[in-house]
Design a protein around this ligand. Structure first.
Ligand code: GCO
Ligand code: MG
Length: 402
């Protein structure tokens, strides 16, 4: 069997997605997600210009060799654009391998290690009273884990809080919109939110919070300490993670578990965090970290150090990524949690899929391969629309982490 044809499909059914479709000379097809929110066309061009020409004629069964060829062969290593492009090829080849074998991909990864994939949803609202209603909505839907984000008094907008609550999407303008941030107000407000939520829902519900890279290590340590009475499952991205040793300071001060990794592309971005046990969950995602092949490598290293997975699953990752993540989640021994933000009906129609939510768990389904497809006619009805993620400034105008 040989790779005969590859297409890059860009579509915007409510938000932009980039998908690679690989066809073999025997008519088997596979798809992979290549979406990088706000920088979609960079990956689409990388694939079309630099990857697709090298794929034609290759044996689709040689997943590891193709991965190494694209990674080492570029000479320029790592980075979100390169690693998302490699991820798309990798996912599509696993999809093909599953279809050829007549097995869902999780079976090729070693089979089921659990009954289902525990997911967390996003409860968000401007006020604490409203967020209690939102958390309850997720509990009623069957979720066992909920991420909680509220507005911060005095700030016009806050990361993670949206008007359209079930379908949060921060990339809202062709040129980045600007938000204002104040750390002192945030640190004063947040513990009170979790006091109310824990009091209302009791000890059984897993609670999570995303700091979105906005603090310094000592501020994060203080936040973690102040949240200890409310027993969070994790505090996410407390600081920008380029400085891996910065997490030592957080660790020395708090037992609130730490989750990091949605912007990581390779195992090298989290090697120190894992091997020094500076984090509890690694949140790297299949699309931005080189596909199933490399994600599994990261999670295997994490397993040696008692770090669990917590894959990123925001709506800017397409249903193809969600399906791929679920196969990995079901198979690995050190699964922690999977983020699950529901896609819109338009997106679900463009990407028909076999995964389903039931009783707080997602199940990847039993279709051979990844169990997800792209309806190219439907995709063609939604042309690309440029959208950028916002930027953040401190009240004095200094550019800050978003
Ligand atoms: C999350 C993330 C997202 C990112 C988004 C950027 O935890 O789900 O922080 O909300 O902001 O994926 O495109
Ligand atoms: Mg996050």
């Amino acid at each position: 069997m040989k790779i005969a044809d590859c297409r890059v499909i860009v579509t915007c059914p409510g938000r932009n997605f980039v998908t690679l479709k690989i066809e073999t000379d025997e008519g088997v097809t596979g798809i992979g997600d290549a979406t990088l929110n706000g920088r979609e066309l960079a990956v689409a061009t990388y694939l079309t210009e630099h990857v697709v020409p090298a794929l034609t004629g290759r044996d689709p069964a040689r997943i590891e060799d193709t991965w190494q060829y694209l990674y080492k062969g570029a000479y320029w290593r790592r980075g979100p654009v390169t690693m998302s492009a490699i991820a798309a090829v990798d996912m599509a080849l696993w999809d093909i391998k599953g279809k050829v074998a007549g097995l869902p991909v999780y079976q090729l990864l070693g089979g089921r290690s659990r009954d289902g994939v525990t997911v967390y949803g996003h409860a968000n609202a401007e006020t604490v009273d409203e967020v209690l209603t939102e958390v309850d909505r997720y509990v009623q839907l069957g979720y066992r884990a909920v991420r909680v984000q509220t507005g911060v008094p005095g700030l016009a907008t806050t990361y993670g809080v949206s008007k359209d609550r079930l379908f949060y999407e921060p990339a809202d303008a062709a040129v980045a919109s600007e938000a204002t941030w104040d750390t002192a107000s945030y640190l004063a407000h947040t513990p009170g939110v979790f006091a109310r939520v824990r009091d209302a829902f009791g000890p059984g519900l897993k609670l999570l919070h995303d700091v979105h890279h906005r603090l310094t290590p000592i501020e994060a340590a203080r936040l973690g300490k102040s949240l200890e009475p409310y027993a969070l499952t994790w505090m996410e991205d407390p600081v920008p993670a380029e400085l891996q040793q910065g997490f030592r300071l957080i660790r020395q001060h708090t037992t609130t578990p730490v989750a990091v990794g949605e912007v990581f592309n390779t195992v090298w971005d989290c090697q120190q965090l894992i091997t020094e046990q500076l984090i509890d969950y690694v949140r790297t995602t299949v699309v931005h970290a080189g596909g199933i092949t490399h994600l599994r490598r990261i999670f295997d290293l994490a397993a040696l150090y008692q770090v669990r997975s917590g894959s990123h699953g925001a709506t800017d990752l397409s249903p193809v990524s969600m399906a791929a993540a679920l196969h990995v989640d079901l198979a690995i021994p050190n699964f922690g949690l999977q983020e699950y933000m529901r896609h819109t009906e338009e997106t679900d129609a463009v990407f028909p899929h076999g995964y389903r939510f039931e009783n707080g768990y997602l199940h990847p389904g039993e279709q051979p391969g990844l169990g997800v497809d792209i309806d190219e006619e439907a995709a063609a009805r939604y042309p690309y629309r440029p959208k950028a993620l916002p930027v953040n400034r401190l009240v004095d105008g200094t550019l800050h982490d978003w």
